[in-house]
Design a protein around this ligand. Structure first.
Ligand SMILES: Nc1ncnc2c1ncn2[C@@H]1O[C@H](COP(=O)(O)OP(=O)(O)OP(=O)(O)O)[C@@H](O)[C@H]1O
Ligand SMILES: [Mg+2]
Length: 318
């Protein structure tokens, strides 16, 4: 009897010891893992964004580690994005300052001449006023473009969407531009579909894209020459193409023209645009889930504007 009782006690002791040992071992592993998690979080908090924890096992702790990894990566992405925005903003400010200073310096220069009476006669005074007026207009145009650009660059830029027939809109704008093209010795070859092309768009902004293309064709085309405008739909996409002749082939990739402040002929910068028109257009097309791109072939530059017809995503977000 005593022997049995001793044996039982012995086994009880052995089982309890094994249990305690296994339990301690398991908990110790968890505690070590928890310590590792806590140390990693501390590193993340100290600025090592993007740092991740090795996932071990499939329990609450590994779930916590997974969530921390997600948070760390998201923080890193946000940080990179913020830094990029900062860089873009700085570049923008540098370019803006330069662009605004040019007409402003000339306005101040002419005003100084007038103020100190440095003109020979009424005619010269009138000439100075005219220069001041045209430089002020240039300044005004620059400010408008910059305002539009910054407004559209914002991540929460919104479109004022309406369902319209794009074919008749294109037809109308082209009609309005034909006399201007002709005045500039540019004959127009057009092919615009007769069919209705229903699309969901921000009319004012899309018109801006098309008008910039027409104005560019007028400003930068070889003269006299020809401009080709086609508009049609292929499958579920509308395509507008504007092509004009250029004197020299583009020096770099034609799609560089979509970069902010890109101006081809620096010598003529003052009399020409701001170099923002195409980047504004690119952003407008992005907001419409569409695209705008350029191609060069045998002396012709073509701009192609693509817009989806079944713009369900836009429909849902409007
Ligand atoms: N149709 C074109 N043919 C030849 N070069 C072009 C054409 N369109 C644009 N470019 C080149 O791309 C540059 C950028 O055009 P973009 O429309 O962005 O700006 P911009 O016309 O200078 O200014 P803005 O449109 O703001 O008045 C132009 O300065 C020009 O060098
Ligand atoms: Mg332009």
């Amino acid at each position: 009897m005593l022997k049995l009782s001793l044996l039982l006690t012995f086994w009880f002791f052995i089982i309890t010891l094994t249990f305690v040992l296994i339990f301690t071992l398991l908990v110790r592993k968890k505690i070590l893992y928890l310590k590792y998690i806590s140390e990693t979080v501390e590193h993340i908090a100290n600025g090592k964004l993007g740092l991740t924890i090795d996932i071990k096992g499939k329990d609450e702790l590994s779930q916590l580690a997974g969530n921390i990894n997600y948070m760390s990566k998201e923080l890193e992405n946000k940080f990179i994005h913020e830094r990029q925005l900062e860089k873009v903003k700085n570049e923008l400010i540098t370019n803006i300052s330069h662009d605004l200073r040019t007409p402003l310096t000339s306005i101040i220069g002419y005003l100084n001449l007038i103020k100190s009476g440095q003109y020979n006669n009424e005619n010269q005074l009138q000439e100075y006023f005219e220069t001041i007026y045209s430089k002020s207009q240039r300044l005004n145009y620059l400010m408008d473009e910059l305002f539009e650009f910054t407004r559209l660059s914002s991540p929460d830029a919104v479109l004022n969407l309406n369902k319209v027939d794009l074919a008749s809109i294109v037809q109308q704008i082209v009609g309005e531009y034909i006399p201007i093209f002709e005045k500039e010795q540019l004959s127009v070859q057009r092919s615009i579909t007769e069919e209705d092309i229903p699309v969901l768009i921000d009319v004012e902004k899309m018109v801006r894209v098309y008008e910039n293309l027409f104005m560019n064709a007028i400003k930068y085309s070889l003269k006299p020459s020809e401009i080709q405008i086609t508009f049609d739909s292929i499958e579920n996409t509308t395509l507008l193409q504007v092509s004009n002749r250029v004197e020299n082939p583009p020096e770099a990739d034609v799609n560089k023209m979509f970069e902010r402040f890109f101006r081809g002929d620096e010598a003529r910068v003052d009399a020409q645009g701001t170099g923002l028109g195409l980047s504004i257009s690119k952003r407008i097309m992005e907001l419409h889930n569409g695209d705008i791109r350029a191609e060069y072939k045998d002396g012709w530059i073509s701009f192609i504007v693509e817009l989806p017809m079944d713009n369900e995503q836009l429909q849902n977000s409007s």
